[in-house]
Ligand binder design. Structure first.
Ligand SMILES: Cc1cc2nc3c(=O)[nH]c(=O)nc-3n(C[C@H](O)[C@H](O)[C@H](O)COP(=O)(O)OP(=O)(O)OC[C@H]3O[C@@H](n4cnc5c(N)ncnc54)[C@H](O)[C@@H]3O)c2cc1C
Length: 459
């Protein structure tokens, strides 16, 4: 390996495809860098197109060389962090192949960023709802590989619900199209869905077909601040109970608010310890009517309610919400953010157990996330350079995972298993389901070369 491997890859793909020098470092990490995770690779390549990806996979498959597909590197599970092998960056596959606004659909390369999909759709009055928070960096291939969600998943679902087809290079370098522009398809097993959330372990996604919808003309956030978690959770339950079809249903607890309080547009009441964010959307009259109903449902026990009818208010709100993760990180320089997901009725217990896990290990803790989906970003704030503290956070995370499973939930709602949760997976799935997972991995990747050691570890 080493120099010989680089020379071979340069011959195969052309020297332009090799990433070299200090830039390599950027390809050895993802968002788990905030908890001190860093990888090592034998080579980093950025193929120029689908045919080059095929040539590379064929070459690696013949020689037994591991491949680590990489999108924008924003993942929270260490999925793109290499443990040797060749990092395959999809960044040069960035064309929108066809965009047919009148048919509400788009076919594109895997390396197109999520934000570009949003912008392109918007410019033609259309909407692609999945909105994971690092959209300027994350790529549609990475979104598919993680089956990414985001705040608007509450009403609109996750990436899988918007992908009608996946194009991927599989073992041996073959190109497969799983689905396409067709909106319904039950021919064969649903391999398209299987690729959604496969975390680079079944093949390399090179393209996709997306379905879009007409953009809702009006979007009106409705926020409410509470003096306690219990009061906030009661308000969330009222939104469900009143049958209000909010587009988002988010929360931030006291610790998350304390991290981002100063930047909240317009200021928060000093005694606010829990914030709920809902959003009414649709045609202007419908959105206004729903905003009023949300206002009423959230107002009981609230310290303050905001109904944000101005576009600038909404923009500032979501910009602030997008910065929460970074503000929390800023508290101690690092953080370990988990994303357990529990049935909605167990939300309050999950919030308490997250805090208890941090307390038990002596770590400052906070959480925020997608309350309507029961999806909590329980976070332990750490100094990522302090190995003992990282180990304590890992212990706290294990307590959290146990709690999630006990509450009937899952250890990951949207970030995936990757490197960091792989030991926990058998515990959640049990023996028989785990065996099926292993058999699926073997069927797609008999030589265990697509992102080995991630998600489903072969015995
Ligand atoms: C501030 C912030 C907020 C976030 N908010 C959310 C959120 O609300 N909801 C959410 O779901 N996530 C969220 N994320 C996590 C992350 O943005 C998503 O998981 C995103 O989908 C990852 O995409 P990426 O292109 O960066 O993938 P990467 O990090 O590069 O890779 C992630 C995984 O996908 C695989 N992969 C990437 N591209 C391909 C491909 N073309 N073919 C096969 N496998 C591939 C990698 O091997 C790896 O296993 C957030 C991250 C940050 C930093």
């Amino acid at each position: 390996l080493g120099a010989a491997l680089l020379a071979d890859l340069a011959r195969l793909l052309g020297p332009d495809a090799l990433v070299q020098g200090p830039a390599v470092r950027e390809y050895l990490r993802d968002s788990t860098e905030m908890q001190g995770l860093f990888g090592a690779a034998d080579a980093v390549v950025a193929p120029a197109g689908v045919e080059q990806v095929q040539a590379l996979v064929r070459w690696c498959y013949e020689r037994g060389v591991a491949m680590v597909p990489r999108g924008g590197g924003t993942g929270f599970a260490g999925g793109a962090v290499p443990r040797g092998g060749v990092v395959v960056s999809l960044e040069r596959l960035r064309s929108i192949r066809t965009f047919e606004p009148e048919l509400w659909r788009m076919q594109l390369d895997a390396g197109v960023t999520t934000a570009r999909v949003h912008r392109t759709a918007r410019e033609s009055g259309l909407y692609f709802p999945p909105d994971p928070g690092a959209a300027e960096q994350s790529q549609i291939g990475g979104n598919i590989a993680c089956n990414a969600g985001g705040p608007h998943s509450f009403k609109y679902g996750v990436t899988r619900d918007w992908v009608t087809g996946v194009e991927a290079v599989v073992a041996g370098g073959e190109l497969v199209s799983l689905g396409g522009p067709t909106r319904k398809d039950v021919a064969g097993y649903d391999l398209r869905s299987l690729f959604c959330g496969s975390e680079g372990t079944l093949g390399i996604v090179t393209g996709a077909w997306l379905r879009l919808i007409p953009a809702p003309p009006a979007q009106v956030p409705v926020l409410a601040a509470y003096g306690s978690t219990a009061a906030g959770v009661r308000a969330l339950r009222r939104v469900y109970g009143h049958g209000l079809r909010s587009a988002v249903l988010e929360y931030l607890d006291a610790g998350a608010l304390d991290s981002a309080r100063a930047a909240f547009p317009g200021g928060l009441p000093a005694d606010a310890r829990f914030l709920v964010i809902a959003e009414a959307d649709g045609d202007p009259a419908g959105a206004e009517a729903l905003a009023e109903e949300l206002d009423e449902a959230l107002a009981g026990e609230a310290l303050r309610v905001w109904v944000m009818r101005e576009a600038a208010e909404r923009r500032d709100l979501w910009r602030w919400r997008g910065g929460v993760s970074f503000a929390v990180r800023g508290r101690r320089g690092g953080k370990m953010s988990e994303d357990i997901c529990v049935p909605f009725d167990r939300l309050e217990e999950a919030l308490e157990l997250g805090e208890a896990a941090g307390r038990a290990l002596g770590l400052p803790t906070c959480s925020w996330g997608h309350a309507g989906d029961g999806n909590l970003h329980a976070t332990f704030m750490i100094d990522a350079g302090d190995a003992a503290e990282v180990a304590r956070a890992e212990q706290a995370a294990r307590l959290l995972f146990e709690a999630a499973i006990e509450l009937g939930g899952t250890i990951t709602g949207e970030h995936g298993i990757g490197l960091v949760k792989r030991e926990q997976l058998p515990r959640q799935l049990g023996e028989a389901a785990m065996r099926l997972q292993v058999e699926i991995k073997r069927a797609f990747d008999p030589r265990n070369l697509f992102n080995p050691g991630k998600k489903v570890v072969l015995p």
